[in-house]
Write a protein that binds this ligand. Structure first.
Ligand code: FE2
Ligand code: FE2
Length: 233
């Protein structure tokens, strides 16, 4: 299938701040784990980007909910304000779930992938929850690095679509509604919107990690967050 003409959209060009350099051992561990998981994902999925998106989005939707729950309980115990963290993290979890609901319209997971999702969710949920209890800062840094990789993955997905190796099908209705896209929007428009979401998550999570470590805030503005409708019900 011929590559479609790239759509003019405010979500281009690629988002800023492609990589946050680790500043201590915990950051380096977070980055090392991210690179290990990236290697596993590259080996398992190769260029099957639709399938890759489905499996990885089932993981990506976990940290926001874990962080929101842990922060909620923390605020109850300490009787302190959450400074808007809970809503931010719950919004992230919901947004990631909408990514999943979108890509499930584009590709169907195999039986093996469904099994991987089942096992990976338990391992990742328990592991991330424990990490969050031990070091919230490292947990958010880890998510920041995951999101850096997500931006890269969706950039590669765009390249596949533009080269005609992945069909640029019509955008699923759920995606057109959620990102308020035009009726004739395509998968390429959807991937651009998803990548913009991931870039925003990246900057939010690196920012939360900086805040928890007492570092000054990054002067660069956060990558813009696309406008979303309420998730389709
Ligand atoms: Fe996502
Ligand atoms: Fe994300």
């Amino acid at each position: 299938m011929a590559a479609s003409e790239p759509a003019a959209t405010p979500m281009e060009p690629p988002p800023h701040v492609p990589h946050r350099a680790p500043s201590d051992l915990a950051d380096r561990l977070a980055l090392g784990l991210t690179r290990l998981l990236r290697f596993v994902a590259d080996t398992f999925f190769a260029r099957r980007y639709g399938h890759r998106a489905i499996v990885l989005e089932t993981i990506a939707a976990v940290p926001g909910m874990v962080g929101a729950m842990a922060t909620h309980l923390h605020c109850l115990r300490r009787m302190v304000n959450d400074d808007g963290w809970i809503r931010t993290l719950m919004e992230e979890a919901e947004n990631e779930r909408m990514h999943l609901m979108t890509f499930i319209e584009v590709a169907r997971p195999t039986v093996l992938e469904r099994f991987v999702i089942l096992v990976a969710q338990w391992i990742f949920y328990v592991g991330f929850f424990l990490l969050y209890l031990v070091s919230r800062r490292t947990a958010h840094r880890l998510v920041g690095y995951f999101e850096e990789e997500a931006v890269l993955s969706y950039t590669h997905y765009l390249e596949e679509i533009d080269a005609g190796r992945s069909p640029n099908v019509a955008a699923p209705a759920i995606a057109r509604c959620y990102w308020k896209l035009a009726d004739d929007a395509t998968l390429r428009d959807v991937v651009l919107a998803v990548r913009a979401d991931e870039a925003h998550h990246r900057d939010v999570n690196h920012g939360l990690a900086d805040q928890l470590s007492g570092k000054p805030a990054d002067p660069a503005p956060e990558a813009p967050y696309p406008e979303h409708a309420d998730p389709a019900r």
